[in-house]
Design a protein around this ligand. Sequence first.
Ligand code: GLU
Length: 450
Amino acid sequence: MLIPMRVRFPPSPTGALHIGNARTALYNWLLARGQGGALVLRVEDTDRERSTPENVQMIFDALEWLGIDWDEGPTYQTANAERHAEVVQRLVDGGHAYRSTAGPDEVKAYKEEHGNRGFRGEDEGTGATRLRVPDEGVTVVQDVIRGETEFENALLDDLVIARADGTLVYHLAVVVDDADAGITHVVRGADHYSNTPKQILIQKAIGAPTPIYAHLPLLHGPDGKKLSKRHGAASVQDLRDAGYLPEAVLNYLALLGWGYDETTEFHSIEELQQRFSLERVSKSPAVFDENKLRYMNGRYLRGLDVDDLTRRLEALTGRSGLRGAVEISQDKISTLTEFWPLTHFLFDGPADDPAAREKVIEAPGGREALASARAALAEVPEPWTEERVQAALDGVAERLGVKRKQVFQPLRVALTGTTVSPGIFETVALLGRDETLARVDHALNGRKGT
Ligand code: GLU
């Protein structure tokens, strides 16, 4: 019988949710959703100083924004302190662990004396609790992504599983909590790989089964260095603030170390759930490239229904009545944050950019073209549509014998204040006749010609 997969995501809430951890959460979620398993959320809040309620909330918010939900939890590691202490006591009682006052200096001295072999201490009945590591044999880590590695037990130190004051050490808490939750697969970042033999030794001592391990490749920036704030966005919060869509972020995160085949990059969430498998996760570091994310985001954004995009932009800007502006700018923006700089002229009037004016309206022929455009637009019969606006403006260029751009650019600067804007016909159609003519008049009269 196939045992249903039980996976977990155990963030340490020390700040915003980092991109690497978000990928870990995503892969676990895809496994649970794609294979009918369960995802357990466990908050590893043993660092009491940094695990503030605000930091915990930041993790939840980021997961919610990404659309990653869970089936069990959240549980809090500190709430299990009694259970952890009980397991430690059981290990001591069973002779699997002992208490020792040896500190880092003693451990170092021991290793120097013993040709760098792992530290072995004496039972002193007081001090930190250390797990007895066997002197013989090997601890084998089987990893779905990285294959099999043997660690010589003789080289591993007797491991501290509880401090002298009784507070717990990460390795013991993780092993106990995973075992109690019936976790079948531990899928986590490669930075935890070296912890794995230690955790397997604890599992053996407490008689817990060893889960299947999969250590995900590290994330690098485009320069080949470990991903950090230096590379720009480093957390899910940064990505949200930069105007990326959660569905594009999910799709892009999925590709950081996994691929369905050589060519398919765009996957819906349902497809990711069906297609994702640990077997296709790579060992080599994955590169987080924000340009690639931008490109994918642009594709997602252009594929959104106008009403949907409008809703998101209205939520972001706190404005209403944006649908028209969204319609004329959707194919010009790659992120949500690019929308307002491109379209606010529609609501707030043209930007004040004397350089653009000078270069375009005050250039030879600029005013003449603008005045002719005004006259032609004034004559456009009702209803005021994009097609009729276009016909009128094309006619102006023809009559003046100039390139279309020589008519459109002065008009664009008059209406928007800048040389970059949504399409000129759509802009004019959306502004309406009265507003268009008023802005052109203002541009023509705002500064008298020579
Ligand atoms: N709390 C650890 C972290 O956030 C994860 C531990 C684990 O996955 O075993 O890095």
